[in-house]
Ligand binder design. Structure first.
Ligand code: PGA
Length: 255
């Protein structure tokens, strides 16, 4: 049985004065919660604060939104996966904003993925098609290219990896994929992983849906057989909404 996983990607939002109470609200609101794994990804400047607020036995794990592919060196302004060891457990890679706003290629995603694994962090690899790609029927081709690119040179599926299927047109737009469309794409991702790494690895893989997830639409998504949780952007900045999403995902799993 796959344990669902919920990620809260704050992106470049919150001042420190906003971040601290948000972290405390998550810690307290999810105290003892064990129906799903929860990962909060604050902006890098608050990772130390997050580590202080979310002590080791907290139900809320810490993730980083981005890392450089080298462990150290002359890369002004960057942070490495190796530096986050002891602070973060998870690292996001391949998010559509990194791909489309910052021009990260599949080769960059591959290098970053390796650095995350080398550091012993758990990767959350995001993939997803743009609206134009969906409209021209290229969705599966894009997903296959992104997966092949990310896993270039890999002989096995990393056991700690989580994949987030995030259609770009659904991110931050309020246009959530229908549960049927999200299920279909997540199932396609699983079968591509099965082709590449075998059925056993694919069936253990956790696949999140992301893109305008809210407390109102999550239940119908979370019951889909190939959806093992959610990657949440906007709604993760509201602790009540995010906690409600976590609870709905846990409930769907036990349904
Ligand atoms: P959203 O963002 O929930 O605001 O659409 C999702 C994401 O970018 O992971």
């Amino acid at each position: 049985m796959r344990i669902p996983i919920v990620g809260g990607n704050w992106k470049m939002n919150t001042t420190r004065a906003e971040a601290l109470p948000l972290l405390v609200a998550l810690r307290d609101g999810l105290d003892g919660f064990d129906g799903a794994e929860v990962v909060v990804m604050p902006p890098a400047p608050w990772l130390g604060d997050a580590a202080n607020v979310l002590e080791e036995d907290s139900a809320v794990h810490i993730g980083v939104q981005n890392v450089h592919w080298e462990p150290r060196g002359a890369f002004t302004g960057e942070q490495s996966a190796a530096m986050l060891v002891g602070t973060a457990e998870y690292a996001l890679v391949g998010h559509s904003e990194r791909r489309h706003v910052f021009g990260e290629s599949d080769a960059d995603v591959n290098r970053k993925l390796r650095s995350i694994l080398d550091a012993g962090l758990r990767p959350i690899l995001a993939v997803g098609e743009t609206e134009a790609e969906r409209d021209t029927g290229a969705t599966y081709e894009v997903l296959r290219r992104q997966l092949e690119g990310a896993f270039a040179g890999f002989t096995d599926l990393p056991t700690t990896i989580v994949i987030a299927y995030e259609p770009v047109w659904a991110i931050g737009t309020g246009r959530t994929a229908t549960p049927e469309a999200a299920q279909e794409a997540c199932a396609a991702v699983r079968s591509m992983v099965a082709e590449r790494f075998g059925a056993e690895a694919a069936s253990a893989l956790r696949i999140q849906y992301g893109g305008s997830v809210t407390a109102d639409n999550i239940a119908a998504l979370a019951v889909q057989p190939d959806i093992d949780g959610a990657l949440v952007g906007g709604a993760s900045l509201n602790p009540e909404a995010f906690i409600a999403i976590c609870r709905a995902i846990a409930q769907a799993r036990h349904a």
